[in-house]
Design a binder for this molecule. Structure first.
Ligand SMILES: [Zn+2]
Ligand SMILES: [Zn+2]
Length: 329
């Protein structure tokens, strides 16, 4: 692969050639090994799932910008046979089904997913909430639990209203629906602090700086094996820096410096106050020194994706990768 350099804003044709050279090769669809339309039910994790190490699956690495390769933001932490989702953007649930079979993770089967934590209420982080709550709910064994900022309750109630005709058809019609309450979600609107604990798993929410979008949270997730920090959407955040210091893995949003430079002043000002330019993220990571920096929610604005990694590396010597959907860490 040719080295990718910052070329914005050269002629479009040159850009196209560079984009082709910089693209990571993507896996072909593996439809052959994925079974279709299997109903899965279970009462709890198997011993093999309980014994498995903590894994992190990227269910969505995208942004509000429609992207054929990337679902909306969603990161799944798989721990002791449960799937804990951090955000749930559009397409995340379809990726969860794929990941369930690709990596043999039963807890990622949609009606088995136990828990969702939202960073903020922007649609690119929430659109598959209704999808998750509605998909095969009548066969699930337990209701979904969700944590998130103020607004989560309102969104949940709106979703119930949207789904009311479906709920009525399935519970009052000919279908033998047993768990008529299982499409109700256990909702907790959160403040900063520890919001969830189970065995060795702790989930801590902390406020980040997403400009005027408030509240917006990042999460620090710790288990006996790993410490994981998820930025959500944020500009440079001192609080995040503090929480990410020495973490095993930091998932951080990013916006390309060169892509941003090509935007209007209005959009540059908005993004600089709400998101983290690659060069700024490099400096934050140099301070935080995570074991691994994983870029997600990348706003590229037309520059080749690999350029954003080079832009971070310009101010950061540590290990950094740009995540794709379905990557596992
Ligand atoms: Zn976003
Ligand atoms: Zn946002």
């Amino acid at each position: 692969m040719k080295p990718c350099t910052n070329i914005f804003p050269l002629a479009t044709i040159l850009m196209s050639l560079m984009m082709a050279a910089c693209e990571k090769p993507r896996e072909p669809t593996f439809a052959k090994i994925v079974p279709s339309a299997i109903i899965e039910v279970r009462d709890g994790p198997t011993q093999a799932e309980l014994d498995k190490e903590t894994r992190i699956v990227m269910l969505g690495t995208g942004t509000p910008v429609p992207d054929a390769h990337r679902a909306g933001s969603s990161i799944a932490v798989i721990h002791k046979g449960q799937a804990y989702l951090f955000d749930i953007g559009a397409g995340a649930i379809h990726n969860a089904i794929t990941a369930r079979y690709k990596y043999d993770i039963p807890s990622l089967y949609p009606s088995q997913i136990c828990c969702v934590f939202l960073t903020h209420m922007h649609s690119d982080h929430t659109m598959d909430y209704a999808e998750l709550a509605a998909t095969l709910w009548w066969r699930s064994r337990a209701p979904l639990s969700a944590w998130g900022p103020v607004g989560l309750e309102q969104m949940t109630n709106g979703m119930y209203e949207m789904m009311a005709p479906d709920t009525a058809l399935r519970t009052e019609g000919a279908q033998p629906v047993q768990n008529s309450a299982n499409n109700r979600i256990k909702v907790t609107e959160i403040e900063e602090g520890i919001v969830f604990q189970k065995d060795d798993l702790t989930v801590e929410a902390f406020a980040v700086n997403h400009g005027k979008i408030k509240p917006a949270f990042g999460y620090r997730i710790t288990t006996d094996e790993r410490s994981i920090v998820v930025s959500g959407d944020t500009a440079y955040s001192e609080k995040l820096l503090e929480k990410a210091r020495g973490a095993d893995i930091l998932f951080h949003e990013v916006i390309s410096d060169s892509g941003l430079a090509g935007q209007t002043e209005f959009w540059q000002n908005y993004h600089k106050s709400s998101h983290t330019p690659a060069s700024v993220l490099g400096r934050l990571a140099s301070e935080a020194k995570p074991g691994l920096l994983v870029l997600y929610h990348g706003l590229f604005y037309g520059v080749p994706e690999a350029v954003i990694v080079d832009e971070v590396k310009a101010t950061y010597n540590g290990e950094v990768v740009l995540a794709d959907d379905l990557d596992v860490f």
